[in-house]
Every structure is written in structure tokens, then in C-alpha cells.
Design a protein around this ligand. Structure first.
Ligand code: ADP
Length: 261
């Protein structure tokens, strides 16, 4: 049951007065409920590809070929308005800096229920709050009944990160793009947040693209791993097979260092 199909996608970025290739004909397929880990060194094109999976291109970049099909919808030819609607409801995005995504003046739970309450208009406020609390619990936030009633500055970075993931999941999207959501955390918290995210993604049945430059992270998170190098796909395999026997020289070099930036 395929949710997302990216075919021969090509993206260029403006450099001075010239367009240079960023993504050089990448293919990607994601089934419902599946987690694909996207790895590669900095500048490989991971974020660009992750945004394109939602039909977005950054300023200064353009699509020069290929297609992005989400549940049968051609995202690259959707109107901006329809794409934005899809984005709240069926596709969510969780980026690195959690704090930037929260309004410091509003309690966490208000921000967590705001989106689904607007989306699922029929859902009452208390039902939405109850769901948010269940998500906090699934993400192993301490005192899930209480923590939502704090303001963003009253919780730790790792907790805020999980609250942000809860916010993304509250809409029960079909797809979540995680763009290095744990790089800012210390190692212990990172491990905690990762396993919480993994569990919650499985419980909700959301498909995910998990972008990271850290092999240990992707090993823990993903069903399959795709490796990018300078806008090209190096290889893609099921996680266990990839960890046991990377086919390409470049992948083996990554495995040798275990982590890279
Ligand atoms: P990664 O996420 O793997 O670190 P990015 O997708 O952010 O890589 O960037 C890939 C390449 O695209 C980089 O070489 C970067 O310089 C270029 N790039 C990214 N954003 C833009 C932009 N808005 N305009 C022009 N070039 C860009």
C-alpha cells in the first residue's frame, strides 16, 4: 500500500546567476506506516528531498524534473492553498529546533490541541485534550496529565522536542517528515526521545521519513535506509541488511566511522 512515490526527482539551487543540481534524479517509495531513514553528510540534499516529499521547494531552489505522488495526488502541481491544507492535516513536519515552533506565551497543550481541533472540527476540546495527554504518555513525557499545562520555557529541551512531536502527531498525519529532530539533545535524552518517537509512530501507524546524519539514530528508527551523496542516491536497503552488508564503497566508509557530520 504505497503512500508516497517520488520518481526521478531533480532539484536545482541558485548559485549566483547559475542553477546547480542539488537532487539529481532520486527515486523514493514509502508504504503506509513505514519509516525510511535518509542519511548522508551535510549538504547531501536530505532536507531538500524531505521538503520536496511535502511538495515544498525552498526559495532559491526549483524542481527541474520528476514527480512527487502522495496518495495519488501530484504534489508538485497542487495549488499552494491545497498543499497547505494537506500539510496540516495529512503531512506533518518536525524540524530540529523545537523552540521555534512553539509560541512562548501559550501553554503546550493549547498548542497541541489547536491543530487537530481545527482540523477535526467535530472533535470537542476535552476529547482533543485527552488525545494530547495520551500522546504525551506515548512519547514518555513525565507527568503527561500535567506537563501540557506548562509554558514552553518551563520544560527541558528534550521534553519540548517530544511535545513538538506530539503536536505533529495530534493530527494523525499519514506522513511525518522528521528533519534531524534530536541533534540538539544530549545523548541520553536523544536515545529516550528516539525510542519514544519510534513507539508513537508505530502506535499511530504514520509513515515517516527520518532525516539524520547519525547512523546510530537511523539504525534505531528506520525500517529501510537510503543513503544520499551530493544529490545522488548511493543505495537503499532494509535496515538490518544495510547494517550487515552495505553494498557500496561509500556506505562501507560510513559504517567504518559510525557517525559523521
Ligand atoms: P542536507 O540536508 O543534506 O544537509 P540540503 O538539502 O540542506 O542538504 O542542501 C543540499 C545542497 O543544496 C547544499 O549544497 C546547499 O548549498 C544547496 N541549497 C540548499 N538550500 C538552497 C537554497 N535555498 N538555494 C540554493 N541552494 C541551496
Amino acid at each position: 500500500d504505497t503512500l508516497l512515490t517520488i520518481r526521478d526527482l531533480k532539484i536545482e539551487g541558485r548559485q549566483g546567476d547559475r542553477w546547480q543540481p542539488i537532487i539529481k534524479g532520486v527515486n523514493l517509495e514509502l508504504k503506509r506506516g513505514e519509516v525510511l531513514g535518509l542519511i548522508g553528510e551535510s549538504g547531501a540534499g536530505k532536507s531538500t528531498l524531505g521538503l520536496a516529499a511535502m511538495g515544498y521547494t525552498r526559495d532559491g531552489t526549483r524542481i527541474s524534473g520528476g514527480s512527487v505522488l502522495f496518495d495519488g495526488l501530484d504534489l508538485l502541481s497542487l495549488s499552494e492553498r491545497r498543499r497547505r491544507r494537506l500539510r496540516g492535516k495529512r503531512i506533518a513536519y518536525v524540524a530540529q529546533s523545537a523552540a521555534a515552533n512553539f509560541n512562548p506565551a501559550h501553554r503546550l497543550i493549547d498548542q497541541t490541541v489547536e491543530a487537530p481541533a481545527a482540523i477535526h472540527r467535530m472533535m470537542g476540546r476535552s476529547a482533543a485534550e485527552q488525545e494530547a495527554i495520551e500522546l504525551y504518555a506515548a512519547l514518555r513525557l513525565p507527568n503527561p496529565d500535567e506537563i501540557g499545562f506548562r509554558y514552553p520555557h518551563q520544560v527541558s529541551g528534550g521534553q519540548l522536542q517530544r511535545a513538538m512531536t506530539a503536536m505533529a502527531m495530534a493530527c494523525k498525519p499519514d506522513l511525518i517528515i522528521f528533519d534531524e529532530p534530536t541533534t540538539a539533545l544530549d545523548v541520553t535524552t536523544q536515545i529516550e526521545v528516539l525510542s519514544a518517537i519510534r513507539t508513537a509512530v508505530q502506535e499511530i501507524g504514520t509513515a515517516a521519513i527520518y532525516i539524520t546524519h547519525d547512523l546510530a539514530v537511523v539504525a534505531q528508527m528506520a525500517d529501510r535506509i537510503k543513503i544520499l551523496l551530493r544529490g545522488d542516491e548511493v543505495e537503499e536497503q532494509e535496515t538490518r541488511a544495510m547494517l550487515a552488508a552495505p553494498k557500496e564503497e561509500y556506505s562501507r566508509s560510513l559504517w567504518a566511522v559510525r557517525s559523521f557530520t
